[in-house]
Design a protein around this ligand. Structure first.
Ligand SMILES: [Zn+2]
Length: 217
């Protein structure tokens, strides 16, 4: 089975296991495992209290298996303090309900690592759409994070294309996010880069899924 740890799209395919990620204002399909959060890109355009109240409400649903996506993004105009406050609200909620977090992080890894170091966060954090160098891989792995790699590896010049071999297999996931690229293409490209057969990558990511979500597949 191919595992897509972060997708905003509905996909019907019996060979895929997709963890669908909803924005807080969307109505989730609660028959399947899902995640939900207030995206940092929504902070300027959404009624945040009521959106976050929806995340809190769904957070106790057994089918919500991770909080987010939430995160920090230094490439957008939204006040960083505001981003940080909402990010912390999600992180604390995840600790309360004892569920992992799906994180969007752009040019804010030192802030993220500082937050992880200063707080008492016991839940796993999954950095989605990871596209940074191997030094940042090392720092995140030491801090206990998981890294999810998406269609960015289809571009040879992406940072993650060189950094992928540095990600320890026990911390690795793959995803499609909101891209048209299929998850099989992502696995195939990862196989080409790392030299690991697709079947091995499938086993690795399913094992990581079981570890992080304490779920049998
Ligand atoms: Zn996303």
């Amino acid at each position: 089975m191919f595992l897509d740890i972060h997708s905003h799209r509905f996909v019907s395919d019996t060979e895929l296991r997709v963890l669908r990620s909803y924005f807080a204002h969307e109505d989730p399909c609660t028959d399947q495992p899902f995640t939900m959060g207030v995206h940092p890109w929504s902070l300027n355009s959404r009624p945040l209290d009521s959106d976050f109240a929806r995340v809190e409400k769904f957070a106790v649903n057994p089918k919500l298996i991770a909080v987010g996506e939430t995160g920090l993004d230094r490439a957008i105009g939204t006040s960083f303090e505001i981003q940080k406050n909402w990010f912390l609200a999600h992180l604390n909620l995840a600790e309360q309900v004892k569920k992992p977090v799906i994180i969007h992080c752009v040019r804010a890894y030192s802030d993220l690592l500082q937050i992880r170091k200063n707080g008492r966060f016991l839940q796993p954090w999954i950095i989605h759409g990871f596209n940074e160098n191997s030094r940042i891989v090392r720092d995140l792995v030491l801090a206990g994070c998981y890294l999810s790699v998406g269609p960015q590896i289809l571009r040879e010049a992406s940072k993650v294309t060189s950094a992928l071999p540095a990600i320890p297999s026990e911390r690795l996931f793959f995803e499609t996010d909101d891209s048209d690229a299929g998850i099989r293409t992502v696995y195939q490209q990862a196989s080409k880069i790392t030299g690991q057969p697709v079947g091995v990558l499938k086993e690795i990511t399913l094992a990581n899924y079981r570890t992080v979500f304490k779920e049998t597949l």
